[in-house]
Each structure stands twice: as C-alpha cells, then as structure tokens.
Design a protein. Structure first.
Length: 436
C-alpha cells in the first residue's frame, strides 16, 4: 500500500510540473492574449518543455522514484513521454511559425529567440530518431548514450533560453525566478547524475576477481569490493556497472546480480555477448577496476510475500532468477518453487549445472522448454504458453508470486498466458531487458 501511495504522489507531482508553467504564464499577466491558436501553441510549448525536464528525473536512477513502478516500467514511461514531448513541441512550432515570412528568411536577420527555438526542436527530433532507430542506424550503445545525453542538454537549455527571449508570458521578475528555479532543478539532476554520484562511486571501487565462461556466449564476472564492505542487495535486483573506465564515463551498463543476496562481499553478474561492450567482457583481465551503481529495481522475492514462487526465465533472463534461487537455498526456505526456463537449445541453457545443483537444496520443480529440442527430447518444446504453465503449476498456485524475465515478445506472451490460467494480475512481476 505504501508503494501505491508513493506512486500516486509521484504522478501528482508529474502533473503539477506539467501544469506549473501554464499557471506561471496566466497568473498576474497584464498583457492581452495573442489569439487562440498562438496562445494554444504557447501552452503546448510550455507543457512540452516541462515534459523534457521530467525526462531527466525519470532516468536519474533515483530509487525513491523508481521503486513504486519498477525500473523497466519507468524507462518505458520515459520513452512514451519523449514521444508526447516531441509532439507538443512540433505542434507548437507549426502553430507559432509565421509562414508568410518563410520565403523572406535570412539568417542574419532572424531573431535569437527563433534560433534557440529551432535548435531546441531540432535537437529533440534528432534525439528521438537516434533512439527509435538506433539499431537500424548501427549506433553503438556507448555512442548512443553520449548522443542522448548531449542532445537532451542542448534541447532543454536552448528551449529555456527561447522562453526567456520571447518574454511575453514570463515578463515579470517573479515568473523569471520561478522558471530559473525549475531550470536549476533540472541542472541539479544532471549534476547529481554526472558529478556527485560518480564521486561517491569513486570512493567505493570494485575489482574483477574472477571471469568464468558460461553457455550461450555468456560470461560471469565475480566482483570484489575494494576497501569497503560492498553492498546489500535483494535477490533479483540489478546494478549499473562500469568496467575498466572512470565512474565519470557517460556510458554504463545494467546487469542483474546472479549470486545469492546472503553471500558476504563479492557479487556475480552474468553478461551475454550481444554487441558493443558485452562482446568484449570475456577479454577483461582479473584485477580490472569496476564501479557499481546499485542496487536498483523491485523485481525481487523480498518485495512480495507469497506461499510459493513461480520463476519464468528466457535466455539470460535466468540471471535474476538464479539470484532468487541461490538466496532461497542459503536461507533454508522450504516454500515450493517452480522454474520455467525457455531456451533455444539444450546446450544454450545458461547456469544449467547450478540449477541442477539447486534442485537438491530447494523444494523446486524445473521445467525446460526448448525451441529446437534434440531428437530424443521428451519434455516440453516450442514456446512457453498457457497449456505448458497449466500442466506444471500445482493446485493453489494462485497464492504464489510470479516473476518473469526475458525478451519482450516472450514476456508479452507469458503475461497473457498467466492471466488466461487465472493468475491474479497483481501477482505477476516482469523485468524487461530490452530498454533501448
């Protein structure tokens, strides 16, 4: 209930931030309106700018903001807000443009307010295009993160300067002061993410203790805290990790812990080679310095009480599930667990040996589902669906908590299948890896 209340409170704050610029513009204004469409376009521009500022907060990794919703949901909301903000800004530009003067356009005579507005709109358009079509444009994750950060700052700073130069609805000192406070809040978020938090991470370095290859082009890194006690995480959580680079680097990568939350000191993360940084992890040398920003996320058995657990994993999505299983085993937890592991082939099942070992320590049933089973395979094959779930889940499983992690298409199908077999939606929890 506390999480629900906090979620409602954050939504109220979001709405307040969107409405605040309109209130600033309307309160105590001594100037007449400029006509419905012009005033409407100004309102859209104000809301669009507020949404651009909110984008900073959504990805600032503030735990208090993420916990009521889950990080993957927050990232998806960030994406949708980006589309909405772009729409508001483009309509604002279309309604505000004086089309009769376009043919007479001369750069030297164009007012500064127009230039700054154009730069803000152009930066926002490029930001969205490079995000939506990153893979088609073959932009590496690292280059995309750098572009994303630079374009976001350019867009919001240019938009703020544009508003102040127009100066029609912010023509009093107190209104300009309020706008400056809003701008300062956004800048503070940027300073927090890019300066203060890296400084904190720099004082708590980690070291690569061991590198172990796993199946399906996956590498397991064991990280040891250097000069501090490490961190306490809940099973299923993740961290943003920077390997062999300064904590001030623009790029970092999110990876789930795959070790027990009850273990002291070292932690393990599983990284599957999927291009960019992840493909070079196997070549990392022991002793390499690492910085860990975490833990993050609410995808954890410690967040939800249940009579048992159903864990559903696709591919490397087994990592947070393994962390949950290892933790349950270390705690001596006797509650029943059903693990559904979906993979392409038998030889591609990550952590297969560790899962087999855990079956002797837990009250657990393991169901492997293979897309391409070997000729002598007699177990489940194809894709995980409602029939497979119903065949293997016990009576009374409605009181379980269900955790699913893997590729988006699989999670969409699993969520539908769980609802079909009567699983209460509030007991279904997902973690989506494909954020960009």
């Amino acid at each position: 209930m506390t999480a629900v209340v906090r979620g409602i409170a954050w939504l109220g704050i979001l709405i307040g931030i969107c409405v605040a610029p309109l209130a600033f513009a309307l309160i105590s204004t001594n100037r007449p309106g400029l006509g419905f469409w012009t005033d409407f376009s100004v309102a859209l521009g104000f809301v669009g700018l507020a949404l651009m500022g909110i984008e900073f907060a959504l990805v600032a990794r503030v735990k208090a903001v993420a916990e009521p919703f889950g990080t993957d949901a927050l990232v998806d909301f960030h994406r949708q807000i980006g589309y909405a903000g772009l729409a508001f800004v483009l309509v604002h530009v279309a309604l505000s443009a004086e089309l009769s003067k376009v043919t007479a356009f001369t750069p030297a005579e164009t007012p500064s307010r127009v230039w700054f507005g154009a730069v803000a709109a152009a930066a926002l358009v490029v930001l969205v295009i490079t995000s939506v079509w990153r893979r088609r444009m073959r932009l590496s994750y690292e280059l995309w993160q750098l572009l994303h950060a630079v374009l976001a700052v350019v867009a919001i700073v240019a938009a703020l300067v544009h508003v102040l130069l127009v100066n029609y609805y912010v023509d009093t000192v107190w209104k300009q002061a309020l706008w400056s406070l809003m701008a300062a809040a956004f800048i503070w978020l940027l300073v927090w993410v890019r300066v203060i938090r890296p400084l904190q991470m720099r004082r708590r370095p980690w070291t690569v203790e061991r590198i172990r290859p796993e199946r399906d082009r996956t590498t397991v890194l064991t990280l040891r805290p250097t000069g501090h006690d490490g961190l306490h995480f809940e099973p299923g959580q993740f961290a943003w990790i920077t390997v062999g680079r300064s904590p001030f680097s623009v790029t970092s990568h999110p990876f789930s812990f795959c070790s027990s939350a009850e273990a002291d000191g070292s932690v393990e993360v599983a990284i599957k080679a999927a291009g960019d940084f992840s493909s070079s992890v196997a070549a990392v040398d022991p002793g390499t310095e690492v910085y860990v920003d975490g833990p993050h996320g609410v995808f954890s058995i410690d967040q939800y009480e249940g009579a048992g657990f159903c864990l559903i994993a696709g591919g490397v999505g087994i990592a947070p599930a393994l962390s949950m299983l290892e933790t349950l085993a270390d705690r001596g937890d006797v509650r029943p667990v059903v693990l559904f592991a979906g993979n392409r082939m038998w030889d591609s099942i990550i952590f297969r040996d560790r899962i087999d070992e855990l079956t002797g320590r837990l009250n657990m049933k393991v169901v492997h589902v293979l897309e391409e089973p070997p000729p002598d395979w007699t177990a489940e094959s194809g894709y995980l669906d409602a029939d497979i779930l119903a065949r293997h889940l016990p009576v009374g499983c409605r009181r379980y908590q269900f955790f699913a992690c893997g590729p988006n298409p699989m999670l969409d199908a699993v969520e539908t299948a769980l609802v079909q077999i009567g699983t209460p939606p509030e007991r279904i929890h997902t973690e989506r890896f494909d954020w960009v």
